[in-house]
Design a protein around this ligand. Structure first.
Ligand code: MG
Ligand code: MG
Length: 266
């Protein structure tokens, strides 16, 4: 998402080129991803009724620093926090604060971190307390669409296969995909080429060995159009319908695609 560039890295790949990672670089990204997977799981476990979202942000910050990693979003483009927390009609880039979660909310937690010079990026959406059936269905379809996209991310295939798989699944369920925000290549920068659209046809660049991507469908009950609020960050659905966001960082190799932001206990 917005996290475009790490400022404290050396040996950055040139802008505008797809950079395929070596096995040892992927090994570092795997460590970053698993750390982030564990942290997101703990944050989600703490996201209950009555909890102010800033408390979740503090927890994530603490866990990242304790592990010797660096929050990847904090300070990027002056973003003020460690987590993006987006509730209900908020799509992405919500700012943590005093707002308390309540029963019936759906809340997405999005986090980036940097470990030994490499980014991981991961987001998940859960329900708080009792949800409307349509909100439950949105979460299910959103999660499924992420895994459809990951299954379509194959060595020798095309980047456009991913968006096509996501869009087909979402529209078959009667929901919409957000087009104005995309997934992305990831590595020493949070945002590398290529963009990973959540819509589209089977075209785009060929997927080579060692391509690392953040795949991240944003799925809305109503229109796929969005608006940015006056805080300059929070993106909401144009019709204020509910939105869900699921994201994994993956590495694609000739022997398969690996989810790097997996909590290794699960
Ligand atoms: Mg991302
Ligand atoms: Mg993210």
């Amino acid at each position: 998402m917005f996290c475009a560039a790490a400022t404290n890295q050396t040996a950055e790949p040139p802008e505008g080129q797809i950079y395929l990672k070596s096995a040892s670089e992927i090994a570092t990204m795997r460590r970053a991803g698993r750390l982030l997977g564990r942290i997101i799981r703990e944050v989600l476990q703490n996201a209950g009724e009555g909890v102010p979202t800033i408390e979740l942000d503090k927890l994530a910050y603490r866990r990242i620093r304790e592990a010797g990693a660096v929050p990847g979003f904090l300070g990027l483009y002056s973003f003020p926090n460690t987590l993006c927390i987006s509730i209900n009609e908020e799509v992405v880039h919500g700012i943590p604060g005093k707002r308390r979660l309540k029963s019936g909310d759906i809340v997405s937690i999005d986090c980036g971190l940097i470990l030994d010079g490499f980014f991981a990026d991961h987001a998940w959406t859960i329900g708080i307390g009792k949800l409307d059936p349509e909100a439950e269905r949105l979460l299910r379809v959103g999660e499924e669409s992420l895994y459809k996209g990951i299954a379509a991310a194959r060595y020798g295939g095309r980047v456009g296969d991913i968006g096509q798989a996501i869009e087909e699944h979402v529209t078959a369920a009667g929901f919409s995909v957000v087009e104005e925000y995309t997934g992305h290549g990831i590595g020493r920068r949070c945002h590398e080429d290529p963009k990973v659209y959540n819509t589209g046809a089977r075209r785009g660049k060929r997927i080579g060995q060692g391509l690392t991507l953040a795949i991240e469908p944003m799925v809305n009950i109503g229109t796929g159009k969005t608006k940015e609020l006056e805080d300059g960050w929070t993106v909401v659905t144009a019709d204020r319908s509910l939105s869900a966001h699921f994201e994994h960082t993956v590495a694609i190799g000739s022997r398969g695609t690996e989810i790097l932001t997996r909590d290794e206990d699960n």
